[in-house]
Write a protein that binds this ligand. Sequence first.
Ligand SMILES: Cc1cc2nc3c(=O)[nH]c(=O)nc-3n(C[C@H](O)[C@H](O)[C@H](O)COP(=O)(O)OP(=O)(O)OC[C@H]3O[C@@H](n4cnc5c(N)ncnc54)[C@H](O)[C@@H]3O)c2cc1C
Length: 415
Amino acid sequence: MTQAQTETREVRDTRQASETNCCVVGGGPAGVVLSLLLARKGVPVSLLEAHEDFDRDFRGDTLHPSVLELMDELGLAERLHELRHSKIHTGTIFTEEGQATIADFRRLRTRFPYIMMLPQKDFLAFVVEEAKRYPSFGLKMGARVEGLIEEGGVVRGVRYESRDGEHELRAALTVGADGRGSRVRHLGGFEQLKTSPPMDVLWFRIPRAETDPEGGVAFFGGGRGLVMLDRGEQWQVAYVILKGSYRQVRADGLVALRDKLAVAVPQFAGRFEQLRDWKQISMLSVESSRVKRWYKPGLLLIGDAAHVMSPVGGVGINYAIQDAVVAANVLAGPLRGGTLNVEHLKEVQRQRVWPTRLIQTLQTQIQKRLIAAALDPSRPFRIPPALRLLLRVPVLRNLPARIVGFGFKRVHVKP
Ligand SMILES: Cc1cc2nc3c(=O)[nH]c(=O)nc-3n(C[C@H](O)[C@H](O)[C@H](O)COP(=O)(O)OP(=O)(O)OC[C@H]3O[C@@H](n4cnc5c(N)ncnc54)[C@H](O)[C@@H]3O)c2cc1C
């Protein structure tokens, strides 16, 4: 049994459910951070997570400068840095025509000029341990939300299943932070606007040697795209494949995959030999979407539940946490004072929708112009001249690092 399980404090049962002000569905980055922030402000909050522990499927391990600054505002940055992690200071792209550093985080004005690579399960457990210090925080692991309680067009809580049976949890506000396949989004009947990225991604790890390049490196061209993130003794590798081609990749077999990888990055050919089982590989079906409206009376969506992000720039965790911070800033007072209304929920969307739209528009352009070109074996891949120019102009060259590091809008925890 994991630490998270043994120390789980049961949320109040059905009979006492009316005492819960906010029910957060999903213990991913958005859900745990929102729960912590509300609990700190004395708002009774109950977090329901479907899994029994935080060691769930791979979901990315990046914490960007914006998240580290937020942790600092909460007085948690130093303790977070005591956990075993590695740091990425630069992002470099290698093509047939040479290499270029496209993001240099060291030039950002921040105490944390790097991306911290920390296993997401450790980050989630860390935030939850912190939340447990507050008496208004309740957590139930292994609790899968299956229904919404709706009365007169207002969501009044959820129905969930756990090992000990079916439960109802009533709350003034329910927050769907249950990720890209959000059940809450589906139950609430939210309309999604989707775009169709041209790729899917295979994630896996290979050993890293001391003599390897540092930071984040990308190899593009010749019909292939690979991004590798430095995790100290390992590389976290994202291998980009054409949308919908995973079945074919599986059918061709692991040997064929290893051969393709070796052709794409010959200097790592030996390391790809470590891939011996499909269980070592996670497939990310790349999606990009957002809901038109993030709320309805009594219900709000945040994080991937509100907007599924393409992996370009690795900003999903960043954006999910920024949503949580804005939601806590706007909603803690009304939740505590019992004055919450739909205008407060609308305000959360108002603050978060345009940074989301901007980053998704940028990701779409990068997918169309850079990644689709890299996956086309019929023509040589070149870094677009506009990007090369941008990287040469001193006032503009920090833009990629700034957008990846902070998103389009920096957010702060309201004191
Ligand atoms: C393979 C992969 C790699 C990725 N790599 C990166 C990366 O390197 N950097 C980055 O920034 N982003 C990455 N992402 C995206 C990132 O994981 C998401 O953007 C981020 O996790 C969103 O956080 P969230 O809290 O909104 O949702 P999630 O992290 O998806 O959390 C949702 C939680 O809700 C729980 N849940 C679901 N349904 C229910 C239910 N019915 N009842 C109760 N609980 C429920 C789930 O178990 C889960 O714990 C990656 C995603 C994938 C799939």
